[in-house]
Design a protein. Structure first.
Length: 174
């Protein structure tokens, strides 16, 4: 997938070490469900275990920036859980996350024909809450003392998408 100056490429085995380094970053790991150090062997086992999921490397100008995904895809309920990681710190706050999210959500709702996408957000990650609210996600339920589940319906995204595209066009022109 490509657009807005970005390319989303399916995750491959060649990407695993880069993703592992991003994931093991202390600032990133503190908001993850699994917070332990990930070994190369653990990373490979995780990759081999993926099913009902689409993971993409986010790239701009041939530079890998992060990882975005849809996992736990339920074709009957027409739902999936989304995730996002900007691992290259030079690109935090540049609008790349927003562009990648729009590409992924377009894929989720148009290509996969999903009706809802969820996000599991750490209760102490205010930035992620603000970001997901911008995308149109709404708090759905508490999963435990560390995570809440937020949901974005197809209908809500169709309304929010127009505003997101305006934001992206403004960012892209700067």
């Amino acid at each position: 997938m490509a657009g807005i100056g970005l390319i989303l490429t399916p995750l491959s085995e060649a990407d695993l070490e880069q993703v592992r380094q991003w994931r093991n970053d202390e600032q990133t790991a503190r908001y993850m469900e699994f917070r332990n150090e990930i070994s190369p062997e653990d990373q490979k086992l995780w990759f081999l275990s993926l099913k009902n999921a689409h993971y993409f490397i986010i790239t701009t100008d041939s530079v890998p920036v992060g990882l975005i995904d849809l996992k736990k895809i339920d074709e009957i309920k027409k739902t999936a859980e989304s995730g996002l990681l900007i691992g290259n710190k030079k690109f935090v706050g540049t609008g790349i996350a927003l562009g990648a999210s729009v590409l992924l959500l377009d894929y989720a709702f148009e290509r996969l024909k999903l009706e809802a996408v969820t996000a599991k957000i750490s209760t102490d990650n205010n930035e992620a809450e603000k970001y997901n609210r911008l995308l149109g996600f709404k708090p759905e339920k508490s999963l435990n003392d560390r995570f809440n589940e937020w949901v974005l319906t197809r209908a809500a995204y169709q309304i929010t998408r127009k505003q997101l595209i305006r934001l992206l066009i403004g960012n892209h022109e700067k």
